[in-house]
Design a protein around this ligand. Sequence first.
Ligand code: PEP
Ligand code: MG
Length: 754
Amino acid sequence: MLDTLRRTIQEVNRAPDLAHALSIIVARVKQAMMVDVCSVYLVDNERSQHVLMATDGYNREAVGEVRLNFGHGLVGAVARREESLNLDNASDHPAYVFSSEIGEELFHGFLGVPIIQHRKVLGVLVVRQRDRRRFAEQEETFLFTLAAQLAGAISHAGASGDINRLLQSSDESRYALKGVSGTPGAAVGRACVVYPLANLDAIPDRVVEAVDTEISEFRAAVAGVERDMRMMSARMVDTLPVEDIALFDALILMLRSENLVDGTIEGIRAGNWAPGALRHTIAEHVKAFEDMDDPYLRERASDVRDLGRRILERLQSISPVARSYPPNTILVGEEVSASQLAEVPVGQLAGVVSARGSSASHVAILARALGIPAVMGIDDLPVGRLDGQELVIDGYQSRLFVRPSAAIRKEFQRLQQEEAELTDELQALIELPSETLDGKQLPLYANTGLLTDITPSLRCGAQGIGLYRTEIPFMVRDRFPSEEEQRRTYRQVLEAFAPAPVTVRTLDIGGDKMLPYFPVEEENPFLGWRGIRIALDHPEIFLSQVRAILRAGVGLNNLQLLLPMITSVSEIDSALGLVKRAYEELLDEGEELEYPKIGVMIEVPSAVYQIASMAKRVDFFSIGTNDLTQYLLAVDRNNAQVAGLFDALHPAVLRAIRQVIQSAHESGKPVSVCGEMAGDPAAALLLLGMGVDSLSMSAASLLRVKWVVRSFSMPKIQSLLDEAWTFEDAGAVRTLLHKTLEEAGLGGLIRAGR
Ligand code: PEP
Ligand code: MG
């Protein structure tokens, strides 16, 4: 059973679309369980029905025709109870309803299991037996396991429009691809898939332009790889035993095999470019090997992958890809990088979609600063099939629609229009103070990371920089920047904003922010070597950065220093010791320096309870709600599976924030919030009510938050906070905040929140 399960799952994962995946499932299950029928019913929410979508055993004409109302029949019972039903004689069950279209009278045994993803029933997987048959426990769990796998395939198929076509449904919003996080905004455009070179899996399909040239380049690439293999074999001849050298001969034979060469050429003739056609042939070969029973032959799949990579590398060196970007380009990739984003001419980039990454990835931070909608962290994004496709990005809810219907396209174009109008209206606020109706000031600062986003930060009227993430300039390089390189970069930001304050955070790498040239391999990186921990273990890196930051601020008098990921006071003491050392060294070297104000990030729960001790050592606090939420709620901020649980409005997070603000104020120290929560106009109201001294956010959110601040008085905000405090879950808090914004005529801002 386990072997059948493994193979079926592999086949399902490779199926080109949902219809194929379903027909594979029903055929394999029927065979493996030796039943007379296997069928899949899918949920059609629009019509509140279960629809027969695939069958092996029933009349195939019934597919798409047999529809059972919710709650109706045994299928309805399985879906409603979200439990399996195992009956030796179906018609004895009170929920049984006879269905003539499928010839049901002939069957007695029934086993149905629900197909559930993220708490939603997507369908029911059913097997039937002519004779009476009560299925064994292992059979039930086998079907259960397959249903769980199928759930993933179904929800992803929804994104490519497969389900809607199958169900002939127009309710596509249920099946949009869901990412972990995004940057606010709506975008409609064409996918332009970007990919790292020599990564065959990331190669998209693309229409071939000159078939003959493509074929001859492909042949040349194969010949080149064969030459490489022969050379490698010759080099190894003295060091490897004969039987190992024979491996190279086997690879060369594989390379010459008609299937590989002719298969790819056929693909090119059918209209795909050489790298795309190669990806398909290699995938087929890999599958053929993986399906073999002999473990030795199964292992050969990795040799095929390696050959594919080598041919691709050759192809890419023969004809380097010159990119052209259509208007309204939506950059799509397994892991879109900041430099790939920067290559798109200004004005042509409409959005970014990345299979990996989160709102903290530097490409997302850059997109946000430029006001470009993005969706990050879409598990299993079908990157290879997206090039040139029309896409709609819903950056507010981190959703992606592929080949959207006219209705969805129109809806998002309308949103874009509204956004543009709102942005125009908001411009009037740039020069106005950030204060409540009754005059309470709330300074609003911008978050920055790249020099590119200084201009939007200046233009939106930010009163300074509340968080300069210095890891970003480290991440876009291929080695550590020198002290002088760092000084020049930091100086540009400090100068651009002087005399307004600029809070420079020292290097916060680790977690999901890795430097390509400083790899850290960890089982659990968010609980590992991160932020200040790395800095203290590598004083040479920290010292050179602090020296660069202090030198960058010479004569400007607007520098503040911020320490990330503090969990205990000893870390502060050690870091302050190093800062002092760097400062004194520079004084000795003749620099005319000011000693900066120094603050710490409060983003780990342990820090929440040590504010009084920390306040004796530092000048200010900045709450990092992204990490604080992650650590308090035990929800990985990058994991799509649990993204629904990540919520900064959770009562525990709100209480932690309030406690930090109260304790800091008792010690006479100011508190800012610089996580994403600060840029959520609804949440900003609560923070203001809790007494936060300033907020720091992406430039794109700043005027929205200012509008909210200017629309309420402190007594109203206080009573809102009092009411929110009585709620026991985040959903209720959010509903209250949205209602309050709507009533104040600020409903247009709600989308910009979570
Ligand atoms: C945070 O954790 O809220 C924060 C601002 O830091 P980062 O997002 O860079 O981890
Ligand atoms: Mg953080």
